[in-house]
Ligand binder design. Structure first.
Ligand SMILES: [Mn+2]
Length: 334
């Protein structure tokens, strides 16, 4: 794997952008606050530079984030392939996570890959990967700042949401002095902390709470209450009326139990695949490594994977991997 020493500078990325006129900004499936806010912030920046830009997300703009400025810029990819001078992916660890966007590009490829995931596969022609960044939003701030491109109130609001959502409102261990300084600058540039925080963290549809209610009714704690896990089943979705997009952050309710070190959410999809999300509260237990054993990845403290197999078999295998990681980290068997 190439080291981050081979990263281009923000100024170099700016130079590449200046050379082109038509752009695609791409982001990952099951979008979160960071990816959507970054797609919009970059889209608005490119528009401000007089470029022609389209912003595609495989799942479109979820209702949850439709409060973001110029949210309607985010579109689902069209049926027909399109040509752009440059396609830029943000916050997306693998080409697969682009959900087929590359198939809708005449070039078939991503020109610039901007991301902070440790598991990024460097699938772009140019790869700018900073795993120390709390959010891809931090990198976009650097891009704008280094190239003296304006941070309008709309862009500041987007970047604030990117930082805020990927740090759990500046609570997770990825929050650095730099993250907090950037947040302060974004507030100076026009981001409204109270309003944006309310939209991100205190504005959920009732169906999500109903889904949470059903999931938590079946919460299981093992390994001395240090491993917490729930399933989100089709039946729970049906009963609650919740959508896939309503599940972002549900895992934090398990993570928040004081005894829990590793939290897991399991979910079965239609194609015999089990989707897992993992969170760790210990810097000795890297869930990125656990997810990696199943073909997934992410960050030390937050990761996921898509695993083929039946629910019981997958659950047993994942629990075993988590328990092994706990033992390696020095937690005695309970
Ligand atoms: Mn991110």
């Amino acid at each position: 794997m190439k080291s981050e020493d081979s990263n281009p500078t923000a100024a170099q990325i700016g130079g590449v952008i200046r050379q082109h006129q038509t752009f695609l900004v791409a982001g990952h499936v099951r979008p979160d606050g960071d990816v959507l806010a970054c797609q919009l912030a970059l889209g608005l920046t490119l528009q401000g530079l007089g470029k022609t830009v389209e912003v595609w997300n495989p799942d479109g703009m979820p209702h949850k984030y439709s409060f973001l400025p110029h949210a309607d810029l985010v579109q689902r990819p069209p049926a027909q392939a399109r040509a752009f001078d440059l396609a830029i992916a943000v916050d997306t660890a693998t080409r697969d996570r682009l959900g087929g966007i590359c198939d809708r590009l005449v070039s078939g490829s991503i020109g610039v890959n901007i991301d902070h995931h440790i598991s990024n596969t460097r699938y772009g022609k140019i790869n700018w990967i900073e795993t120390q960044a709390a959010a891809t939003g931090e990198m976009l701030y650097e891009l704008l700042h280094a190239n003296q491109w304006p941070i309008t109130p709309a862009i500041a609001s987007c970047l604030f949401v990117a930082l805020s959502t990927d740090t759990g409102s500046f609570r997770y261990s990825n929050t650095t002095p730099r993250t907090l300084r950037l947040a302060a600058e974004l507030v100076e540039a026009g981001a409204n902390v109270a309003e944006l925080s309310r939209r991100c963290f205190e504005s959920y549809p009732l169906a999500r709470v109903r889904l949470l209610q059903l999931a938590l009714a079946d919460l299981k704690l093992t390994d001395g209450n240090r491993i917490g896990r729930v399933w989100l089943t089709k039946e729970m979705y049906r009963q609650s009326g919740a959508l896939a997009e309503d599940t972002e952050g549900l895992i934090d309710y398990i993570r928040a139990i004081d005894s829990v070190v590793v939290a897991i959410v399991f979910e079965q999809d239609d194609n015999g695949i089990v989707r897992i999300s993992l969170r760790s509260k210990s810097n000795k237990v890297s869930v990125d490594k656990i997810a990696g054993q199943f073909g997934g990845g992410g960050h030390m403290a937050a990761a996921g994977a898509h695993i083929p197999g039946g629910p019981a078999v997958v659950e047993t295998a994942v629990l075993k991997a988590v328990e092994d990681a706990m033992r390696s980290a020095g937690y005695a068997a309970a």
